[in-house]
Design a protein around this ligand. Structure first.
Ligand SMILES: [Zn+2]
Ligand SMILES: [Zn+2]
Length: 271
């Protein structure tokens, strides 16, 4: 049906071209693809200065012509960092994307920093901290990301559990309910969308980012904008877990999911 979190070779870590994703979508009945290519603002990050917006525009335009039956949303996934807010804001002001996913991939702490999406980098961080000491700074940075207003959608809300479950055991949202609800309330106030990122089903947590409980909290708090994405980095993962995520959305009380054009949501009904 749709997949709103896809990385092509326009991202530093993407393995398949935009055109290949669109052909795959046409063959499998996927109607909407949202590309959100990585944009990082910190030289420590591997996507730093990687995105070539001109090339991205050309590939999107060529693919729209070649595969007209699949609707393409052209977005970016920014790595939010509180210390770089002015630079991020300046970069985003230069043009309008169909949508911006704001994600936290990196946590700064007293004695260093950790790339939480890379297993070796995050292990030192976990080793020196209790579960609360490790997770709370992540959720605090997430809250700053939402309050910055620098995104239409918040990416993979509880990504901190990706390698955390291996180190600390199962992730229980109730343990961080105050922190997570503060993030969700700020999202509802800002009209920011929540994403169900299905890559967690393919990874150690065995559940999406976030799971049903947190999606329910968002709904209870008045959240209306929900997207679904696979976080595919290669064409084989396009649409992976999406039907299951749509069931989860229904179970949480949603009747439609969102995709975006020029910063505005359009809706796809969940029959
Ligand atoms: Zn991400
Ligand atoms: Zn991503």
């Amino acid at each position: 049906m749709l997949d709103l979190h896809v990385h092509s070779t326009c991202s530093a870590d993407g393995g398949s071209a935009i055109l290949d994703y669109a052909r795959r979508a046409a063959a499998t009945g996927l109607r909407v693809i949202g590309f959100c290519e990585h944009v990082d603002f910190d030289p420590r990050d591997r996507a730093y200065e990687y995105l070539d917006a001109g090339r991205y525009d050309l590939e999107i335009a060529a693919t729209r012509e070649e595969v007209p039956g699949v609707r393409l949303c052209q977005g970016v996934e920014i790595t939010y960092q509180a210390g770089l807010e002015a630079r991020i804001r300046g970069w985003l002001a230069a043009r309008r994307w169909d949508y911006v996913v704001a994600s936290v991939h990196l946590v700064d702490y007293a004695d260093g920093w950790a790339m939480i999406s890379e297993p070796r980098a995050v292990e030192d961080y976990y080793a020196g901290h209790t579960r609360r000491q490790a997770y709370v700074p992540y959720f605090e940075e997430l809250l700053r990301a939402v309050r910055s207003g620098l995104g239409d959608v918040l990416g993979h809300l509880d990504l901190i559990k990706r390698y955390g479950v291996t180190h600390y055991g199962a992730f229980r949202p109730a343990e961080f309910e105050a922190e997570i609800r503060a993030v969700l309330r700020a999202m509802v106030e800002a009209g920011m969308g929540l994403e169900i990122n299905t890559s967690g089903w393919r990874q150690a947590p065995g559940e999406p980012y976030p799971g049903l409980e947190v999606v329910r909290w968002y709904r209870e708090l008045g959240g209306e904008v929900l997207t679904v994405g696979s976080d595919a980095h290669r064409v084989e993962d396009l649409g992976a877990g999406v039907p299951r995520a749509l069931d989860l959305a229904r179970a949480a009380g949603f009747r439609a999911v969102a995709a975006f054009e020029a910063g505005r949501p359009f809706w796809i009904d969940l029959e």
